[in-house]
Design a protein around this ligand. Structure first.
Ligand SMILES: Cc1cc2nc3c(=O)[nH]c(=O)nc-3n(C[C@H](O)[C@H](O)[C@H](O)COP(=O)(O)O)c2cc1C
Length: 162
């Protein structure tokens, strides 16, 4: 079913609303890389662990699949451009983007609601994705803007609480 009905599966998975993150790390010679990912989730509070998955379609898949550290940036509703930029192939994703190198040697983007710097503690290959699990080593709260949401293959803003 999964291979013959990709549209159905896409619609099904699209019913699950997520936030949007940009994950960054460094490759060889400290080359900074980043990609948009909505597969982020928290795993445990103690120890503080998170996960996300990188697909082999990503040009920097090998870098992420083998990195020992990464930074997850939770995006705000004002950062759709940043999300699109880090999901656009064949461009310098950091051009025109404010960032700085952290003490963990990770590229940290400015003005995001949250940045979690993580050490990779485990990973698991699952078909054409690698699930990457990280231990949070630094938490930085940034902008107070509401989060950017992703639902049904489109961006959304947070609604009222119920
Ligand atoms: C909202 C959104 C969420 C995405 N989530 C993921 C994800 O969780 N994992 C993934 O591998 N790709 C995800 N992508 C796709 C990658 O961002 C994209 O394939 C890639 O980074 C494009 O640039 P590249 O070809 O230079 O890698 C997402 C794209 C968007 C727009």
């Amino acid at each position: 079913m999964t291979s013959s009905q990709p549209d159905l599966i896409r619609s099904a998975f699209g019913r699950f609303a997520t936030g949007v993150t940009v994950v960054t790390t460094v490759g060889t010679n400290d080359r900074k890389v980043g990609m948009t990912a909505s597969s982020f989730n928290s795993v445990s509070l103690d120890p503080p662990m998170v996960l996300w998955s990188a697909g082999t379609q990503a040009s920097e898949y090998e870098v992420f699949a083998n990195c020992d550290k990464f930074a997850v940036h939770v995006l705000s509703e004002k950062q759709t451009d940043l999300s699109n930029r880090f999901a656009t192939p064949d461009i310098d994703k950091f051009e025109g983007v404010d960032w700085q190198l952290s003490s963990n040697n990770l590229p940290v983007l400015s003005d995001c609601p949250l940045c979690l710097q993580c050490e990779t503690v485990a990973s698991h290959q699952a078909s054409d994705h690698k699930i990457i699990i990280g231990l949070v080593i630094d938490v930085d709260f940034g902008s107070e803007e509401p989060p950017l949401l992703y639902y049904g293959s489109a961006y959304h803003k947070l609604g009222d609480s119920i």
